[in-house]
Design a protein around this ligand. Structure first.
Ligand SMILES: NC(=O)c1ccc[n+]([C@@H]2O[C@H](COP(=O)([O-])OP(=O)(O)OC[C@H]3O[C@@H](n4cnc5c(N)ncnc54)[C@H](OP(=O)(O)O)[C@@H]3O)[C@@H](O)[C@H]2O)c1
Length: 283
């Protein structure tokens, strides 16, 4: 049974009043709360292409108005916006380098001008580049870590005051297994994702109880365009499920964490069991 009003809802804290109340088997006192996505405003950084696009369209399909942040992919952003609008929601593409504080402030002003603010932030933007160690390429270190660490920090820092004023919301950050396990030749990426996981937990603490902050740790769901087929097959064999996942698997996990009103500071791993692949039975 689903209800948006009634006696149970009246006893909820003010910041949960807009949620959907699900009575489990009608048992008195047993209520599960879901944040309603429909009608909310969601910003997805790096939301124009690939996994970010899947998240954008998942949230648009659930009724969220979407802001598609992009850095260089203007045409892809317009295409994603058109696909989101076809799902019946308002959608806007906003260019901005998330690693640039001034650009993020300008982006936040644009969003506030159009929508009055956001209720949902998904930090999906990432720069997947090799950084062997030691390296002479200091700029690459700075760029990769800045997109993973400064980007989500700047985006949240600029938009959270407005989120609070709107009554709260949810933030989801995209990490991967390198947040726990070092990856050879990906020093900046791994350090950046580990920091983003730490930021997830820190912001969960700082923003409770009005804003929940969680992470999805994705495994192999979409190979980079230049990946050799042999390499992609080897990665699939590393997972317990023996295959690549799909961007939609990540989008579904993001949706769960946005809706799950009693979950904060958590990481949901969507990796086909890659983290336990070392113990896979032969054959
Ligand atoms: N693909 C996978 O199998 C996989 C596995 C594990 C984790 N993940 C995580 O899931 C997320 C999405 O994955 P993906 O493969 O779709 O990522 P991706 O293709 O490597 O990059 C996603 C987007 O990030 C944006 N971006 C890069 N630098 C930016 C900046 N300075 N400002 C704003 N946007 C910037 C790019 O936007 P423009 O194109 O507009 O420049 C790009 O389209 C990432 O956080 C990634 O680490 C993915």
């Amino acid at each position: 049974m689903v209800s948006t009003s009634g006696s149970a809802a009246e006893f909820l804290p003010w910041y949960l009043r807009q949620t959907v109340v699900v009575l489990l088997d009608g048992a008195p006192g047993e209520v599960m709360l879901l944040m309603e996505i429909s009608g909310k405003v969601a910003l997805i950084t790096g939301g124009a292409r690939r996994v970010g696009k899947a998240i954008t369209l998942m949230l648009a399909g659930a009724g969220a108005h979407v802001v598609v942040n992009y850095h260089t992919s203007a045409a892809a952003a317009q295409q994603t916006v058109a696909e989101a609008r076809a799902l019946g929601v308002t959608a806007l593409a906003v260019q901005g380098d998330v690693a640039d504080w001034s650009a993020v402030q300008a982006m936040a002003a644009t969003i506030e001008g159009h929508f009055g603010g956001v209720d949902i932030i998904v930090n999906s933007a990432s720069l997947f580049q090799r950084t062997p160690f030691p390296t002479p390429e200091i700029d690459t270190w700075k760029q990769v870590t800045a997109v993973s660490i400064d980007g989500p920090f700047f985006v949240c820092n600029s938009l959270v005051p407005g989120m609070k004023a709107r009554g709260g919301g949810a933030i989801v950050n995209l990490v991967d297994l390198s947040a726990w396990q070092p990856w050879p030749h990906f020093t900046a990426h791994a350090v950046g994702k580990a920091a983003l996981l730490a930021l997830t937990r820190q912001l969960a603490l700082e923003l409770a109880p009005t804003i929940r902050v969680n992470a999805v740790a994705a495994g192999p769901v979409l190979p980079p365009p230049n990946m050799e087929p042999n390499r992609a097959a080897a990665i699939a064999r590393r997972t317990l499920l023996g295959r690549w996942g799909h961007p939609g698997d990540v989008a579904q996990a993001v949706r769960y964490l946005i809706e799950a009103d009693y979950v904060t500071g958590e990481v949901l791993t969507v990796d086909g069991g890659e983290r336990y692949g070392w113990g896979r039975h032969p054959g």
